[in-house]
Design a protein around this ligand. Sequence first.
Ligand code: GLY
Length: 361
Amino acid sequence: MDATVVPVSLDQRSYDVVVGERLLEQMRDFAESEKPTSIFLVTDSNVGPLHAEAVQNAIVANHVFTVPAGESSKSLVQLGKLFDQLFATRHVDRHSLIVALGGGMVGDLAGFVAATLLRGVRCMQVPTSLLAMVDSSVGGKTAVNHASGKNLIGAFHQPAAVFCDMHFLRTLPKREYVSALGEVVKTAAISGEDLLAMLEDCADGLIGRDLVTLHRVIEACIRFKAEVVSDDEIETTGRRATLNFGHTLAHVLEALWPERWLHGEAVSIGIIAALRLSVARAKLDESVAARVTGLLRKFGLPTVVPDELQARQMLECMSADKKRAGQAVHFVVISDVGQAGTLPCKLDDELAATLLGRGDA
Ligand code: GLY
């Protein structure tokens, strides 16, 4: 299957997302055409040994920096170390190109380096995880974490190009792969019937990493994200915020039990809560909620809010959420497949009972 190109239209910041398999040649052509003075490849200790050499050779990167794998590298400390390494090369200038080769952590970290280095240099995203391909590598969100919360220090900095090479998915551990399907289901719920029906039709192929199926699904997710980002680049109108469907509870779970779930698993549980809220307060038909839940189950994702999560604890955690506005938290709900919006909700017992699905919350 030939590679396909999804444009992200943002005036002078427009770029292409290329989806395909074995894209090294396209990456090389792009890197050459950009005529950078130097190319810095940033990867992590899981992905680097598997794929860095091939990518470095293809794009003729001058330097490769490998950060320890794991979310803890998305830190100001690691950011400082990268700047030290970059400046030590004496090859940094405003025409340098940063290439992020890895999953969401590397994309966010290297993207933030590119956003802030000399007030901003070009960045090419080469996601190697399904999660990064369908979501985080597209749209220009870059960040590192702070002790007070995830992604609290960051910038919008659109990449110059994104290459989603499905070849990298062959080495992705099963749990990580399946976890990303949580974000895929999220995209289906908020984008519309086409993707939801496609997932229902091809769930087995997707579980088996069938390349034709993967290509269709990744491309559909990116097309939707590209449209949302083109419409609301820096999350001002509320449209882009709908990409956070299922994320409010997911963030609580990740904050309370940082090691227990992968992001897409936490999102899966969060989607269940968001569906309950949508049924209760946005007139979502139970049958639609059942279809979305059925897909999450089919993929083997967690769909039960853990019993240990206490209502009070959850509400306290939500009140610290960065999307807080006055007394309300803005939840993303759907009134039908593809009909997403935000709903300000008071953090009270009634809300907790709905989200947790427990009458005694
Ligand atoms: N992952 C949500 C966004 O890019 O806005």
